[in-house]
Write a protein that binds this ligand. Structure first.
Ligand code: GLU
Length: 474
């Protein structure tokens, strides 16, 4: 029997077909939009310990309708060509949904990153980058990688440095990769971006009173309970911001070592501290433990919102009927299989799909790329000017009314936006607008089942209009 993981690409294509059936586009055009345009497969040797290992790696560029192509690089033992193609496909639709002008791509290196030391990982990363360079597969105008599962700022700065070594004349070289450290041409707010976007997306979904009423829930995020599967970058930031800014209550978590459930609430900061000290989420005070073998029970935990935030194929045909949450908020890529989605939709659940919900990462990557091309930090030109203008207004109001405001109030009212403020505001705007767009498609076409199909219909029509303007397709 094929493992669910191996059916990931098939599942993504099924999502596409389902949406394509709601469009009246030419078959050939749909075929072009669906196809993965290019896949680069590599094998290269890297020195580890006293010997060598041969590393298997990929880069897939799903669609060139807009350039550069964009998508993360994953380091995981489970990487294979089809997985990378599936993830690249999702990137194309993700970018279209949030109006980020890139084609989709994804890279994968088949290693367990936790098994190697920093020197070995640096050699793998620099060699992989060289392989991309020699295939003309990386560059600010060609294909721009970013972090994904198993990679982060450190790997991105190695990539940027390697690229620059080979392209010393490229004034825009810093834009060859995003997710870099702020001190290395990165942007403030990129590390938290996917988790923050998840929060904005869920919060927006919860504002619609009638949608919440259908689920038997009240409007608003405050007071709702949630469970997170996976406490990596995306899971931990989602949980922190859901709790601190959204007032939602974390009641369950799963990680590689097991799962915990505590209906009276888990403080995410406490839990992260506990994990750092003990090496495990297990034995968190007052919580019920589920060992490594039973951690799959996380899917069944009683809560309002379930947030899968790790890898693909978490909700499958085997466990979909056991999901208790009313809202499934897909922070990971591909956590729900196409068959499982049918079961969840029949059960009346609201699925906030990955192609929308985790697009915060690529959205802020877009801001970082723009920053690199403009060679200037956001806010640098206007911050002081805005501050002066707002100060003039406040002084005018004080003079006209005779009132005086405190220093603290003046500070809040007159502040010009810093880079982090502008990044967060741009991300918030992006997530809110995209959600409203998707919801509107579904309202307009009630025959469309679920927000994923609505999102895909919207994305397909945006990509199609790019192709149609080329005049190739009828
Ligand atoms: N790896 C992230 C994703 O799956 C981010 C991609 C990017 O920033 O280009 O969306």
């Amino acid at each position: 029997m094929t493992k669910p993981r191996d059916r990931f690409y098939a599942s993504v294509l099924q999502f596409f077909d389902k949406a394509a059936a709601h469009t009246d586009l030419h078959e050939g055009l749909l075929e072009q939009i669906k196809a993965c345009n290019a896949v680069f497969s590599m094998r290269f040797p890297v020195k580890v310990g006293d010997g060598y290992m041969v590393v298997e790696a990929y880069r897939a560029q799903h669609s060139h309708h807009r350039l550069p192509t964009k998508g993360g690089i994953r380091y995981s033992n489970h990487v294979n060509q089809e997985e990378v193609m599936a993830l690249a496909t999702l990137m194309t639709f993700k970018c279209a949904i949030v109006d980020v002008p890139f084609g989709g791509a994804k890279g994968g290196v088949k290693i367990n990153p936790w098994q190697y030391n920093a020197d070995e990982l640096e050699r793998v990363t620099r060699r992989y980058t060289s392989e991309l360079i020699r295939r003309n597969c990386i560059g600010p105008a060609i294909d721009v990688p970013a972090p994904d599962y198993g990679t982060g700022e450190r790997e991105m700065s190695w990539i940027a440095d390697t690229y620059r070594t080979f392209n010393g004349n490229d004034i825009d070289a810093a834009g060859c990769v995003t997710g870099k450290p702020v001190t290395q041409n990165g942007i403030r707010g990129r590390t938290e971006a996917t988790g923050r976007g998840v929060y904005y997306g869920i919060r927006e979904a919860c504002t619609f009173k009638e949608d919440m009423a259908k689920l038997g829930l009240g409007p608003g995020l405050a007071g709702k309970t949630f469970v997170v599967q996976g406490l990596g970058n995306v899971g931990s930031y989602s949980a922190k911001i859901m709790q601190d800014e959204g007032g939602a209550a974390l009641v369950g978590v799963s990680e590689v070592e097991g799962a915990i459930y505590k209906p009276s609430g888990i403080d995410i900061h406490d839990l992260l501290r506990h994990r750092k000290e003990t090496g495990s989420i297990l034995n968190y005070p007052g919580a019920t433990n589920y060992g490594k073998e039973d951690r799959g029970a996380v899917v069944e935990f009683e809560c309002d919102i379930f947030i899968p935030a790790a890898l693909e194929n978490v909700i499958t045909l085997e466990n979909a009927h056991k999901v208790k949450a009313k809202i499934i908020a897909e922070a990971a890529n591909g956590p729900t299989t196409s068959e499982a989605e049918e079961v969840l939709l029949k059960a009346g659940k609201l699925i906030i799909p990955d192609v929308f919900l985790n697009a915060g990462g690529v959205t802020v990557s877009y801001f970082e790329w723009l920053k690199n091309l403009s060679h200037m930090r956001f806010g640098r030109m206007e911050k002081r000017f805005n501050h002066q203008t707002y100060s003039n207004f406040v002084s005018l109001v004080e003079r006209l009314t005779g009132a005086t405001i405190s220093e603290r109030e003046r500070e809040i009212l007159t502040r010009g936006g810093d880079e982090i403020d502008l990044v967060r505001s741009g991300l918030e705007e992006t997530m809110i607008t995209a959600y409203q767009q998707i919801r509107e498609v579904q309202m307009r076409k009630p025959e469309i089942e679920g927000l994923r199909t609505a999102a895909m219909v919207s994305a397909i029509s945006k990509i199609a209009s790019d192709y149609l303007s080329l005049g190739i397709f009828p």
